[in-house]
Every structure is written in C-alpha cells, then in structure tokens.
Design a binder for this molecule. Structure first.
Ligand code: COA
Length: 390
C-alpha cells in the first residue's frame, strides 16, 4: 500500500519587504542578500497572524468534508509556539472544525519536527489506512532587527494531508537519521528571538547532509545519478545550494546540470518568502512540483530535513501521476498579489507582535485579508476570529 502526501498547501502573510531595500538600509550590498544569501523578498508577519492562524489558513482551503470526517490525527510542528503546555494543534483542530475524536499534538525539534510529524503520520496511516492525518509545519522565524540572521527571517505554514493512495508523493520507508546534542541554534524560554551561531550552524547543516546522504546511498546501493531531484530544508536558499554543490562532483555532468536546474524550481518560492523553519523543506517541495515542467510520474525525489540542535533525515518519495491535483495551485497568484512594505513599516510590525505578558490586548485586523486572524488577548487567552463564522 502506498502512503504519503495527498494534498500540500501553504499560507504566509500578505506583506513582504524587498531584500535589496533591506540590504541598503543595513549598509550591505544588495547582492549579498540577493545572491550571497539567496533571498529576494521576505515575508513580514503582522501581529494579526501567529502560528495558530498561519496553520489554520494553510490547511482550511484544501480540506473537503470527506477529509475532515477522516482525519483522526493532527500534528503541528513548530519552534515558535504560543504556549509552553497546550498544543497548537488543539487550537487549529477547533478552528478547522475537526472531529473531537482526534489526536492533537505539537512536535518540536527546531526546523526538523515537521518531518518527524510526517513520518509519524505515515506510520499511523499504514496501520489505519481508511483514516487521514493532518501535518502542519508553522513558524515565524525571528532573529532580531540589525542581527546577522535578520535577512534569513520569514514565516508561514505548510499543511500536508497524509493518506493511503496519495495524490502527490508516496513516501518510501527508507529514512537515514542523525541526531546529536549540538549548540548551533537554540531559544531559551526567556528569549523571543533565536540564538544562533550562524556560520557554525551552516557548517553543521552541510556535515549532516553529507552524512545522511552518503549513508543512504550506501544502504540502498544507489548513486546520485538515480535521483530526479534533491530537495532541501531552506533556511535561506543559498544554504540548499551549498549542500547540493557539496555532492555534485559525484554526479555525471548531465546529471549535475539537471539537479541544478531542478534546484532553481525547488528554491523559487522560498526565495520570495524567507525562512519558515519547520515548513521550509515542504515549501521547497511544493515549489518544485508547481514550477518544474520537467517532472513525471514515478520520478524519485530526495528530501533532506535538518533541524539545528541537531537532527537530520534523508528520505525519498515517488511522484504520483495526478500530483498537480493535490497542490496549492493558487499560490503563485497569492504571492504575486502581496503588498510591499518599506523597511520602517517592517520594523514597526516586527516590534508590534502580541506582548508576552498578562495584559488584555487588542490587535488591529482590518487590513489582514486572511480567513483566520488573531484579534488579541483576553484574560491571558489568545482570541482568534474565523471570518467565515462572523
Ligand atoms: N555579492 C555576492 N555575494 C556576497 C556579497 C556580494 N556583494 N557580499 C557577501 N556575499 C556572500 C558571502 O560571500 C557569503 O557567501 P558564502 O556563504 O557562500 O561564502 C554570503 O554572502 C553571506 O555573507 P556572510 O558575510 O557570510 O554573511 P553574514 O556573516 O552576515 O551571515 C548567515 C550569514 C547565513 C550566517 C546569517 O544570516 C545567519 O546567521 N543566519 C541564520 C543561521 C542559519 O540560517 N543557519 C542555517 C542552518 S539551519
């Protein structure tokens, strides 16, 4: 029985900042951000969106009544969650109108956890093939204004419906994992922005990719020439390019050109959105499948998932004949319709997030076009609005 991703959708903010403009404001050469980091636009997340609303906005448009009736597992992976105890998935299940007979959990291991959620969901469906599972990676990446990590911020959520006989990708049961206690990136409870040793984390990322990819090839008796495309966790798109380049010399020259061409489609959306933390690998998959004209049924896709701290996983998936049917086909238009904000507005919005204290707070939502918005905090509880219910 095939098990895997049946539907794949994405939500981010309706606002972005231009990276050349941000570079100029930070006295950096625009090409450092555009080429050196590999980012053209960065999503600016307004205070009216948090990981709950982003997750619900990603999942709601793809779910039919039949899907909702079949879902009995909801996993939300996040490293920018809103509560130290209660799972983001419980809020999301309520906003989506899911059954109360559902298992709802939050998973955390930096940018890796959506992959853990996906593999857990796939195993769940292998045991319960008539059910469906919803896995969402939802995050707002914050390093802070005027920090080296600032151009690698962003935010959004990728929602994946996992089922038997999936429309998009059938997952192979062939993961290679690596996990060690490493301090390359972390966020103590008292910090709202991540702490990172940026150069060190980029080096560890490459080391992890090399390790799990080479081990995978050895275990499966395969070579790099056997893959149609390799996809990567993309904290910034140059990171994936560096990883790809680190293994390209082992491919023949035609295959090197093919992998580089597929990579441009893999990174196309991330270049316009920025870092999603947990969702980044899967936005890259969506980007490849929506933008690449040179794909066909049964193509073998390699996926490298990385979370600082650190955990890496390499696994593969097979493209299904009707994969376009399960994709977020409206995404290119939604990204093109976003509104550009200047650097001063981005900085103001960055500082205007819901304050992490006990006071009642109200958030302006009039300019946010999304179905689910955060309206504020009352009696220490976040208040969410579903515009289709109001
Ligand atoms: N034109 C083209 N490229 C330029 C350039 C220019 N004018 N100026 C600089 N660059 C290149 C640099 O050569 C470098 O490329 P390289 O990494 O291939 O050598 C790149 O732009 C970045 O420059 P650098 O000086 O290294 O940037 P930085 O010290 O400001 O930090 C990060 C970059 C990525 C380390 C920083 O943004 C960060 O810490 N990000 C968060 C950590 C992260 O995402 N880790 C990933 C693992 S999950």
């Amino acid at each position: 029985m095939k098990v895997g991703i049946d539907k794949l959708h994405f939500a981010t903010s309706h606002l972005y900042v231009d990276m050349a403009e941000l570079a100029t404001a930070r006295q950096a050469a625009p090409d450092k951000y555009l080429i050196g980091i590999g980012q053209s636009k960065m999503a600016v997340i307004p205070p009216s969106q948090d990981v709950v609303t982003l997750a619900a906005n990603a999942a709601a448009p793809m779910l039919t009544a039949e899907d909702i009736a079949a879902i009995d597992l909801v996993v939300v992976a996040t490293e920018s969650g809103i509560d130290n105890s209660k799972a983001t998935a419980i809020y999301v299940a309520r906003l989506l109108g899911l059954s109360k007979r559902v298992r709802t959990i939050e998973m955390k291991e930096a940018c890796y956890a959506a992959t853990a959620g996906l593999q857990l969901a796939a195993d769940h469906i292998r045991v319960h093939p008539t059910k469906k599972a919803l896995v969402i990676g939802s995050d707002i990446a914050r390093y802070g204004l005027h920090t080296p990590g600032e151009p690698t911020q962003g935010g959004g959520a990728v929602a994946m419906l996992v089922s038997a006989d999936p429309q998009v990708l059938a997952l192979d049961d062939d993961s290679v994992l690596l996990s060690e206690d490493i301090m390359d990136f972390w966020r103590p409870l008292y910090h709202t922005n991540a702490l990172v040793d940026g150069k060190y984390s980029s080096n560890i990322y490459i080391d992890y990719f090399q390790d799990v990819f080479q081990e995978y090839l050895q275990q499966q008796s395969m070579s790099i020439n056997d893959f149609t495309a390799l996809t990567f966790h993309l904290p910034y798109t140059k990171m994936g390019l560096k990883a790809l380049r680190s293994v390209l010399p082992s491919a023949d020259s035609a295959q090197q050109n093919r992998l580089l061409a597929h990579f441009e489609n893999n990174r196309y959306f991330s270049r316009q959105v920025g870092n999603l933390y947990t969702g980044s690998l899967y936005l890259g998959v969506l980007s490849l499948l929506l933008n690449d004209a040179n794909l066909k049924a049964n193509d073998l896709i390699g996926l490298f998932s990385y979370g600082s701290g650190a955990e890496g996983e390499f696994y593969t998936a097979r493209l299904q004949p009707d994969y376009q049917t399960g994709l977020d086909l409206g995404l290119p238009q939604r990204l093109a319709r976003r509104q550009r904000v200047d650097v001063a507005t981005y900085e103001t919005l960055f500082k205007q997030q819901l304050q992490l204290n006990a006071t009642d707070q109200q958030i302006e939502t009039a300019n946010d076009p999304h179905r689910f918005v955060l309206t504020g905090q009352l009696n220490e509880q976040r208040q969410y609005l579903d515009r289709q219910q109001s």
